[in-house]
Design a protein around this ligand. Sequence first.
Ligand code: FE2
Ligand code: FE2
Length: 289
Amino acid sequence: MGTAEVRPIEWTEDLKIGIPIIDADHKVLVSLLNQVFETVGDREEKATLGSVLNSLVDYTEYHFAREERLQEVAGYGGLAGHKALHRDLTAQVVAIRTRFEQDPESVHGEEVLNFLRSWLVDHINGHDMAYRGACVGNEVAIKAATGVAFDHAEGDDYEDDGAPLVDWARVKVLVVEDNRNFQIIIQTILKSLGVRDITMAGNGEEGLAALAAAVPDLVLCDWRMEAMDGIEFVSQARAGGSQAKIIMMSGYSDDDVRDRAVAAGVDDFLEKPITARGFLDAATSALSR
Ligand SMILES: [Fe+2]
Ligand SMILES: [Fe+2]
Protein backbone atom coordinates (compact mmCIF):
# COMPACT_ATOMS: atom_id res chain seq x y z
CA MET A 1 0.00 0.00 0.00
CA GLY A 2 2.97 2.32 0.57
CA THR A 3 1.22 4.35 3.21
CA ALA A 4 3.61 6.73 4.84
CA GLU A 5 4.12 6.65 8.60
CA VAL A 6 2.56 9.86 9.75
CA ARG A 7 1.45 10.49 13.29
CA PRO A 8 -1.93 12.10 13.83
CA ILE A 9 -2.00 15.71 14.93
CA GLU A 10 -2.77 16.03 18.58
CA TRP A 11 -4.93 18.90 19.68
CA THR A 12 -3.15 20.57 22.57
CA GLU A 13 -3.84 23.60 24.73
CA ASP A 14 -1.02 25.56 23.13
CA LEU A 15 -3.00 25.58 19.85
CA LYS A 16 -5.73 27.53 21.63
CA ILE A 17 -6.32 31.10 20.44
CA GLY A 18 -8.75 31.82 23.27
CA ILE A 19 -11.78 32.65 21.11
CA PRO A 20 -14.12 29.65 21.39
CA ILE A 21 -15.61 29.84 17.86
CA ILE A 22 -12.13 30.03 16.32
CA ASP A 23 -10.78 27.22 18.49
CA ALA A 24 -13.80 25.08 17.54
CA ASP A 25 -13.07 25.71 13.83
CA HIS A 26 -9.43 24.81 14.29
CA LYS A 27 -10.43 21.55 15.98
CA VAL A 28 -12.64 20.64 13.02
CA LEU A 29 -9.77 21.39 10.62
CA VAL A 30 -7.37 19.29 12.70
CA SER A 31 -9.80 16.37 12.74
CA LEU A 32 -10.27 16.61 8.96
CA LEU A 33 -6.48 16.62 8.58
CA ASN A 34 -6.23 13.52 10.75
CA GLN A 35 -8.84 11.85 8.57
CA VAL A 36 -6.62 12.41 5.56
CA PHE A 37 -4.09 10.05 7.17
CA GLU A 38 -6.80 7.59 8.19
CA THR A 39 -8.34 7.34 4.73
CA VAL A 40 -5.15 6.85 2.72
CA GLY A 41 -5.41 3.25 1.55
CA ASP A 42 -9.11 2.85 2.44
CA ARG A 43 -10.79 0.22 0.26
CA GLU A 44 -13.05 2.97 -1.08
CA GLU A 45 -10.31 5.55 -1.08
CA LYS A 46 -11.64 7.63 -3.95
CA ALA A 47 -14.86 8.17 -2.00
CA THR A 48 -13.39 8.55 1.49
CA LEU A 49 -10.13 10.43 0.94
CA GLY A 50 -11.79 12.41 -1.85
CA SER A 51 -14.58 13.44 0.53
CA VAL A 52 -12.09 14.44 3.23
CA LEU A 53 -10.04 16.57 0.85
CA ASN A 54 -13.20 18.21 -0.51
CA SER A 55 -14.41 18.93 2.99
CA LEU A 56 -11.03 20.27 4.01
CA VAL A 57 -11.14 22.72 1.10
CA ASP A 58 -14.72 23.78 1.90
CA TYR A 59 -14.08 24.19 5.60
CA THR A 60 -10.80 26.01 5.07
CA GLU A 61 -12.46 28.59 2.83
CA TYR A 62 -15.21 29.12 5.34
CA HIS A 63 -12.87 29.35 8.34
CA PHE A 64 -10.58 31.84 6.65
CA ALA A 65 -13.55 34.06 5.76
CA ARG A 66 -14.64 33.98 9.40
CA GLU A 67 -11.18 34.76 10.71
CA GLU A 68 -10.73 37.62 8.26
CA ARG A 69 -14.07 39.10 9.33
CA LEU A 70 -12.92 38.89 12.95
CA GLN A 71 -9.68 40.72 12.20
CA GLU A 72 -11.38 43.29 10.00
CA VAL A 73 -13.93 44.30 12.63
CA ALA A 74 -11.25 44.30 15.34
CA GLY A 75 -9.14 46.62 13.20
CA TYR A 76 -6.16 44.23 13.27
CA GLY A 77 -3.21 45.85 11.51
CA GLY A 78 -1.95 42.55 10.11
CA LEU A 79 -5.15 41.82 8.17
CA ALA A 80 -3.80 42.32 4.64
CA GLY A 81 -0.80 40.09 5.28
CA HIS A 82 -2.93 37.46 7.00
CA LYS A 83 -5.35 37.42 4.07
CA ALA A 84 -2.45 36.81 1.69
CA LEU A 85 -1.30 33.87 3.81
CA HIS A 86 -4.83 32.45 3.76
CA ARG A 87 -4.98 32.72 -0.01
CA ASP A 88 -1.70 30.86 -0.22
CA LEU A 89 -2.83 28.09 2.13
CA THR A 90 -6.11 27.71 0.25
CA ALA A 91 -4.26 27.39 -3.05
CA GLN A 92 -2.01 24.71 -1.52
CA VAL A 93 -4.84 22.53 -0.26
CA VAL A 94 -6.77 22.98 -3.52
CA ALA A 95 -3.64 21.88 -5.41
CA ILE A 96 -3.40 18.71 -3.31
CA ARG A 97 -7.03 17.91 -4.00
CA THR A 98 -6.53 18.44 -7.72
CA ARG A 99 -3.46 16.22 -7.61
CA PHE A 100 -5.50 13.51 -5.91
CA GLU A 101 -8.26 13.75 -8.50
CA GLN A 102 -5.73 13.36 -11.31
CA ASP A 103 -3.51 10.75 -9.68
CA PRO A 104 -4.69 9.34 -6.33
CA GLU A 105 -1.33 7.63 -5.68
CA SER A 106 0.40 10.99 -5.68
CA VAL A 107 -0.99 11.97 -2.31
CA HIS A 108 0.28 8.84 -0.57
CA GLY A 109 3.80 10.14 -0.27
CA GLU A 110 5.25 10.95 3.11
CA GLU A 111 6.17 14.33 1.71
CA VAL A 112 2.56 15.28 0.93
CA LEU A 113 1.25 13.91 4.20
CA ASN A 114 3.90 15.67 6.24
CA PHE A 115 3.23 18.84 4.31
CA LEU A 116 -0.48 18.63 5.19
CA ARG A 117 0.42 17.82 8.76
CA SER A 118 2.19 21.12 9.22
CA TRP A 119 0.10 23.04 6.67
CA LEU A 120 -2.43 24.32 9.18
CA VAL A 121 -0.75 23.74 12.52
CA ASP A 122 2.19 26.00 11.62
CA HIS A 123 -0.24 28.70 10.52
CA ILE A 124 -2.18 28.51 13.80
CA ASN A 125 1.00 28.50 15.89
CA GLY A 126 2.58 31.35 13.99
CA HIS A 127 0.19 33.72 12.33
CA ASP A 128 -3.10 33.03 14.10
CA MET A 129 -1.39 33.55 17.47
CA ALA A 130 -0.30 36.97 16.22
CA TYR A 131 -3.86 38.33 16.00
CA ARG A 132 -4.82 37.21 19.51
CA GLY A 133 -3.91 40.47 21.17
CA ALA A 134 -6.07 42.46 18.76
CA CYS A 135 -9.09 40.13 18.85
CA VAL A 136 -9.43 38.18 22.12
CA GLY A 137 -12.14 39.77 24.23
CA ASN A 138 -13.38 42.01 21.42
CA GLU A 139 -17.05 41.08 21.64
CA VAL A 140 -18.13 43.16 18.65
CA ALA A 141 -15.59 41.49 16.37
CA ILE A 142 -16.41 38.04 17.75
CA LYS A 143 -20.11 38.62 17.14
CA ALA A 144 -19.41 39.66 13.56
CA ALA A 145 -17.23 36.57 13.06
CA THR A 146 -19.96 34.37 14.54
CA GLY A 147 -22.23 35.68 11.78
CA VAL A 148 -19.92 34.07 9.23
CA ALA A 149 -21.04 30.49 9.75
CA PHE A 150 -20.39 27.34 7.74
CA ASP A 151 -24.07 26.67 7.22
CA HIS A 152 -24.69 29.80 5.21
CA ALA A 153 -22.72 31.51 2.51
CA GLU A 154 -22.78 35.30 2.49
CA GLY A 155 -26.10 35.43 4.30
CA ASP A 156 -28.15 33.84 1.53
CA ASP A 157 -29.35 30.97 3.67
CA TYR A 158 -30.63 33.36 6.30
CA GLU A 159 -34.22 33.99 7.13
CA ASP A 160 -35.25 37.62 7.51
CA ASP A 161 -34.37 37.79 11.18
CA GLY A 162 -30.88 36.53 10.46
CA ALA A 163 -31.44 33.11 11.97
CA PRO A 164 -30.12 30.08 10.09
CA LEU A 165 -32.76 27.98 8.32
CA VAL A 166 -31.98 24.87 10.30
CA ASP A 167 -31.47 24.67 14.05
CA TRP A 168 -28.82 21.96 13.90
CA ALA A 169 -28.62 21.52 17.66
CA ARG A 170 -32.16 20.09 17.55
CA VAL A 171 -31.84 17.88 14.50
CA LYS A 172 -31.68 14.11 15.11
CA VAL A 173 -29.56 12.34 12.53
CA LEU A 174 -29.20 8.66 11.72
CA VAL A 175 -26.23 7.61 9.60
CA VAL A 176 -26.44 4.22 7.88
CA GLU A 177 -23.01 3.54 6.48
CA ASP A 178 -20.75 0.50 6.59
CA ASN A 179 -17.45 2.25 5.92
CA ARG A 180 -15.89 3.31 9.22
CA ASN A 181 -13.91 6.15 7.65
CA PHE A 182 -16.97 7.52 5.94
CA GLN A 183 -18.88 7.39 9.24
CA ILE A 184 -16.19 9.56 10.83
CA ILE A 185 -16.17 12.06 7.95
CA ILE A 186 -19.94 12.50 8.16
CA GLN A 187 -19.74 12.79 11.91
CA THR A 188 -17.12 15.53 11.67
CA ILE A 189 -19.26 17.54 9.25
CA LEU A 190 -22.37 17.08 11.39
CA LYS A 191 -20.57 18.05 14.59
CA SER A 192 -19.08 21.12 12.93
CA LEU A 193 -22.65 22.25 12.24
CA GLY A 194 -23.58 21.77 15.88
CA VAL A 195 -25.58 18.54 15.50
CA ARG A 196 -25.60 16.77 18.86
CA ASP A 197 -27.89 13.80 18.32
CA ILE A 198 -26.16 11.42 15.92
CA THR A 199 -26.84 7.69 15.73
CA MET A 200 -24.53 5.43 13.74
CA ALA A 201 -25.73 2.25 12.10
CA GLY A 202 -23.20 -0.01 10.38
CA ASN A 203 -25.69 -1.72 8.05
CA GLY A 204 -29.30 -1.68 6.90
CA GLU A 205 -30.57 -4.01 9.64
CA GLU A 206 -29.07 -1.81 12.33
CA GLY A 207 -30.49 1.20 10.53
CA LEU A 208 -34.02 -0.19 10.63
CA ALA A 209 -33.63 -1.05 14.31
CA ALA A 210 -32.42 2.50 14.99
CA LEU A 211 -35.40 3.93 13.08
CA ALA A 212 -37.74 1.91 15.25
CA ALA A 213 -36.01 2.99 18.46
CA ALA A 214 -35.96 6.74 17.85
CA VAL A 215 -37.41 9.02 15.21
CA PRO A 216 -34.67 10.84 13.32
CA ASP A 217 -35.30 14.01 11.31
CA LEU A 218 -32.62 13.18 8.80
CA VAL A 219 -31.19 9.89 7.58
CA LEU A 220 -27.97 9.68 5.60
CA CYS A 221 -27.51 6.37 3.98
CA ASP A 222 -24.99 4.64 1.82
CA TRP A 223 -26.11 2.74 -1.27
CA ARG A 224 -23.68 -0.13 -1.38
CA MET A 225 -23.68 -2.13 1.83
CA GLU A 226 -23.31 -5.81 2.65
CA ALA A 227 -26.53 -7.84 3.00
CA MET A 228 -29.17 -5.11 2.81
CA ASP A 229 -28.27 -2.34 0.38
CA GLY A 230 -29.32 1.29 0.73
CA ILE A 231 -32.26 0.97 -1.66
CA GLU A 232 -33.67 -1.94 0.29
CA PHE A 233 -33.14 -0.07 3.56
CA VAL A 234 -34.98 3.00 2.24
CA SER A 235 -37.84 0.91 0.82
CA GLN A 236 -38.33 -0.87 4.14
CA ALA A 237 -38.03 2.39 6.10
CA ARG A 238 -40.74 3.99 3.95
CA ALA A 239 -42.90 0.85 4.09
CA GLY A 240 -42.58 1.05 7.88
CA GLY A 241 -43.93 4.60 7.80
CA SER A 242 -40.72 6.59 8.32
CA GLN A 243 -41.24 10.27 7.46
CA ALA A 244 -37.58 11.22 7.94
CA LYS A 245 -35.79 13.14 5.23
CA ILE A 246 -33.44 10.69 3.58
CA ILE A 247 -30.29 11.56 1.67
CA MET A 248 -28.55 8.76 -0.14
CA MET A 249 -24.83 8.81 -0.87
CA SER A 250 -23.37 6.68 -3.60
CA GLY A 251 -20.33 6.22 -5.75
CA TYR A 252 -22.64 5.65 -8.71
CA SER A 253 -24.30 8.66 -10.19
CA ASP A 254 -25.99 7.83 -13.48
CA ASP A 255 -29.62 8.80 -13.95
CA ASP A 256 -30.85 5.26 -13.56
CA VAL A 257 -29.29 5.02 -10.10
CA ARG A 258 -30.78 8.34 -9.09
CA ASP A 259 -34.20 7.35 -10.38
CA ARG A 260 -34.14 4.10 -8.44
CA ALA A 261 -33.18 5.96 -5.26
CA VAL A 262 -35.97 8.50 -5.72
CA ALA A 263 -38.47 5.72 -6.47
CA ALA A 264 -37.45 4.02 -3.22
CA GLY A 265 -38.22 7.24 -1.36
CA VAL A 266 -35.06 9.29 -0.92
CA ASP A 267 -35.31 13.08 -0.77
CA ASP A 268 -31.93 13.75 -2.26
CA PHE A 269 -28.93 12.00 -3.68
CA LEU A 270 -25.25 12.80 -3.26
CA GLU A 271 -22.50 11.42 -5.37
CA LYS A 272 -19.36 10.20 -3.57
CA PRO A 273 -16.88 11.71 -3.05
CA ILE A 274 -19.13 14.20 -1.35
CA THR A 275 -18.24 17.78 -0.48
CA ALA A 276 -19.10 19.31 2.88
CA ARG A 277 -20.79 22.17 1.04
CA GLY A 278 -22.86 19.82 -1.16
CA PHE A 279 -23.89 17.81 1.87
CA LEU A 280 -24.88 20.95 3.73
CA ASP A 281 -26.97 22.28 0.85
CA ALA A 282 -28.79 18.97 0.42
CA ALA A 283 -29.45 18.58 4.15
CA THR A 284 -30.60 22.18 4.55
CA SER A 285 -33.00 22.01 1.64
CA ALA A 286 -34.39 18.61 2.68
CA LEU A 287 -34.95 19.78 6.27
CA SER A 288 -36.53 23.09 5.34
CA ARG A 289 -39.01 21.61 2.87
FE1 FE2 B 1 -5.44 32.33 9.93
FE1 FE2 C 1 -7.26 29.99 11.76
